[in-house]
Design a protein around this ligand. Structure first.
Ligand SMILES: *Cc1c(COP(=O)(O)O)cnc(C)c1O
Length: 413
């Protein structure tokens, strides 16, 4: 049989990969915190990693492992670890893999809380270079002898810069650097970081993957491409026979077990249900976003539209080559005579709310909310203007979204 399509594989994944009992098509949610063993040696073997199993639900449960298996299969990885939130996945990865004295290279266009986390890392003695990752030359120029990793997002939020991912992946391979890609904005049906030689994929499951604004989660997936035997921060006890598992083992023990931001079984189940319609939702969202961006692009009351699907976007050609859709974030700078908050207040269908990747279209003012803690200079570096509005496009019928914008413009003009 020829290779099945993305959604065909996805809706059958839980049944096929996790083999739930009695004909169930979903792995049952199991909230047991403890796991008992008839033979004490079996407990010892699971503890020591000699046999697979669960000992305590902070480290693993059948529900989280089932979701990990599905997410890993979508990315073609060698293993995945889920966390209670996307930020938990990111912080656990940095804190378990880095040491004081290491240097890391971060895209300067990062999710706000990730850059805030980076300043915590600086306080712990990790040296950071922020670079404009839309051009690989900037990344190459920042590499030092103590550089451990490069970290970038696919499409940045809110100004939609696209990282030069293929070239950065090549650069990291040549320099034996760990390459981490936050793929929250372009989930597996439109982009797989493994295709640009990423070592680890990180994603917030809260956004497009679960998709309905009802559950938090995060994941890290190892693509299997990085040679961990070259990463000298792996502790001796995590250097098992299979070098491909070294990174995940250390992240799982130090980042998940010790730091404790575990995904609950109920959340894992909710995420796996939302995930079944990922491609349907994301395709619709991308179509809606492109249509809205095109409408806004020529609008007299709009100064600037930020959307990688527009031909005049600075990284349109990178995005076109990498992704099968341009994502769901459309940001705009309104013309000076329109007050951004008044405009949001005139929108009737679009919700004024933070969050993104929802079924509903959401909008918020950027500088005064999610980038409120940053200085004006930092905002300028990230390409954020004071009057910028960010929209996360939903799955509504697109004519209704456009009509809502139109009536809001009419009300203020
Ligand atoms: C939301 C988001 C995160 C953090 O995810 P949470 O689940 O909210 O903790 C990380 N990266 C990106 C790109 C995000 O949009």
């Amino acid at each position: 049989m020829k290779d099945q399509g993305f959604t065909t594989r996805l809706v059958h994944a839980d049944r096929v990969i996790n083999k739930p009992q009695n004909g169930a098509v979903h792995q049952a949610t199991n909230n047991s915190v403890l796991f008992s063993f008839d033979n004490a040696q079996d407990l010892v073997d699971v503890f020591q990693g000699k046999t697979a199993g669960h000992v305590y639900a902070r480290s693993s449960s059948a529900s989280s492992v089932s979701l990990q298996n599905i997410l890993n299969s979508l990315e073609g990885g060698v293993g995945a670890i889920t966390f209670s939130t996307g930020m938990a996945a990111i912080s656990a990865t940095f804190l378990s893999l880095l040491r004081s004295g290491d240097h890391i290279i971060l895209s300067q266009y990062l999710f706000g809380n990730t850059s805030s986390l980076a300043s915590t890392l600086e306080g712990l003695g990790i040296e950071i270079s922020y670079v404009d990752a839309t051009n690989v030359q900037n990344v190459a120029g920042a590499i030092k002898t103590n550089t451990k990793l490069v970290y970038a997002e696919t499409i940045a939020n809110p100004a939609t810069q696209v990282s030069d991912l293929r070239a950065i992946g090549q650069l990291c391979e040549e320099n034996k650097l760990l390459f981490i890609v936050d793929n929250t904005m372009t989930p597996a049906n439109i982009f797989q970081p493994k295709s640009v030689k990423a070592s680890l994929t990180i994603a917030s499951l809260t956004k497009y993957i679960s998709g309905h604004g009802n559950v938090l989660g995060g994941v890290i997936i190892d693509t299997g491409l990085f040679d961990w035997s070259r990463f000298d921060n792996i502790l001796p006890m995590y250097r098992g026979a299979d070098t491909q598992q070294w990174g995940l083992t250390q992240i799982k023990k130090r980042g998940l077990r010790d730091m404790g931001a575990t995904l609950s079984p109920d959340s894992a189940h909710s995420i796996s249900i939302g995930l079944e319609t990922l491609a349907l939702r994301v395709e619709r969202i991308c179509q809606n976003a492109l249509r809205l961006a095109t409408y806004l692009h020529t609008h007299e009351h709009v100064q600037q539209v930020y959307y990688p699907g527009l031909a005049d976007h600075p990284q349109h050609f990178i995005a076109r080559e990498l992704f099968t859709g341009y994502g769901g974030i459309v940001s705009i700078d309104l013309a000076a005579h329109i007050d951004p908050l008044a405009f949001l207040n005139e929108l009737k269908l679009v919700l004024c709310a933070t969050h993104l990747g929802d079924t509903r279209t959401l909008g918020l003012p950027v500088a005064s909310t999610i980038y409120f803690e940053n200085t004006a200079e930092q905002r300028a570096d990230m390409g954020i203007n004071d009057n910028m509005l960010r929209f996360s496009i939903g799955i509504e019928d697109v004519d209704d979204i456009v009509a809502d914008f139109e009536q809001a413009f009419d009300a203020l003009a």
